[in-house]
Design a binder for this molecule. Structure first.
Ligand SMILES: Nc1ncnc2c1ncn2[C@@H]1O[C@H](COP(=O)(O)OP(=O)(O)OP(=O)(O)O)[C@@H](O)[C@H]1O
Length: 325
């Protein structure tokens, strides 16, 4: 079996009394885009710094393409590129000069043509001879991304690459990720842009308070308490009037208001079959005297999952403002 691009096992790190990362285990499949998610201070940057060798773990193991970190067999640094959160640029340099400077520093043989290639890859050809200081935040971020891909790494590790970008900048970044994936590059990136993660990620890893809470494919991850028997129900009656009565019905595990006439309902003891669950909900609510206008299987978004995992006491849909930078 082919080894994953990255395997992190039981990784821990403390800074003094602060346990920044505790027993973190996850892997990143080759050729996939993996999103690394968690609230501020979850430990994502610390994990990334340990993966790339900037921070020494207290315990645990890291393998890159099947090779243990610290092994002398191969210089692992050539395998990955790392874009740190808030990377530094040299504002007085043009994008081309900046990239040429690093290409020479890294000893890249075909520096001139490789610089041209990466400039094209991140869509900066027209601006290549402008000074970085005059670039927008999104363009600066693209120049930094170009820098970390100069040496043709097989794995890109990107810490908050979309932080501070406007929606166009985020969409550009997403397109670049997809193109890189199509070329066979593996990506691991942290982000708070949940909707963006959902659209671009093959897999996600959730962290909170130093621990990995969940890993998996976005469509398959379910927050605790949500299951395939979670439904969104639209009623003729107002949700506020009937929420308590519905929550008290036998067979209803939870009921939350999610709109003036909409409820999220979790039924008890049903098989994971959406059709059965919907039919059951209609019968249950109708026989209790409610008028059901529609019932949909609730497909949790990454945002729902994030809230479910990071605030287990609350599965009520909330505005993302408190979670997004
Ligand atoms: N060098 C350090 N010294 C002391 N504490 C640190 C150090 N680096 C990180 N921490 C602490 O470890 C915890 C994890 O921080 P980390 O930066 O890894 O989280 P994060 O998930 O990347 O957060 P953010 O999304 O805000 O960047 C935080 O409580 C942080 O304050």
């Amino acid at each position: 079996m082919t080894s994953p691009a990255l395997a992190v096992t039981a990784l821990s790190k403390s800074f003094g009394a602060k346990r920044a990362v505790e027993d973190a285990t996850f892997s990143v499949a080759r050729g996939e885009i993996t999103g690394f998610l968690g609230p501020n201070g979850a430990g994502k940057t610390t994990v990334m710094n340990m993966i790339v060798g900037l921070t020494a773990p207290d315990a645990g193991a890291i393998e890159l393409f099947g090779v243990p970190q610290g092994s002398r067999q191969r210089d692992l640094r050539v395998l990955f590129g790392y874009l740190q959160e808030k990377p530094r640029i040299y504002p007085e340099m043009t994008a081309r000069a900046y990239l040429r400077f690093f290409a020479d520093l890294y000893g890249i043989a075909d520096a001139g043509s490789r610089v041209k290639e990466v400039i094209e890859r991140v869509g900066l050809t027209a601006a290549a001879d402008r000074r970085l200081g005059n670039f927008s935040r999104g363009m600066q971020q693209r120049a930094c991304l170009a820098r970390v891909m100069l040496h043709r790494p097989e794995l890109l590790i990107l810490d908050e690459p979309t932080l501070g970008l406007d929606p166009n900048g985020v969409a550009d970044m997403r397109a670049i990720f997809r193109e890189m994936k199509a070329e066979g590059v593996t990506l691991l990136f942290s982000s708070h842009q949940l909707a963006e993660m959902e659209r671009v990620c093959d897999s996600v890893v959730f962290m909170r308070q130093g621990r990995v809470l969940a890993t998996g494919r976005p469509g398959e991850l379910l927050p605790s308490g949500l299951s395939a028997s979670s439904l969104q129900v639209e009623l003729y009656e107002t949700a506020a009037q009937c929420i308590q009565g519905i929550a008290a019905l036998p067979g209803v595990a939870r009921a939350h208001q999610i709109g003036p006439h909409r409820l999220e309902l979790v039924l008890r003891g049903l098989p994971d079959d959406g059709r059965d669950a919907r039919a059951h909900a209609v019968r249950l609510l109708s026989s209790a005297g409610y008028t059901v206008l529609s019932v949909d299987a609730a497909t949790p978004s990454l945002e729902d999952i994030f809230i479910g995992l990071t605030r287990p006491e609350s599965l009520v849909r909330q505005e993302p403002a408190g979670l997004v930078h």
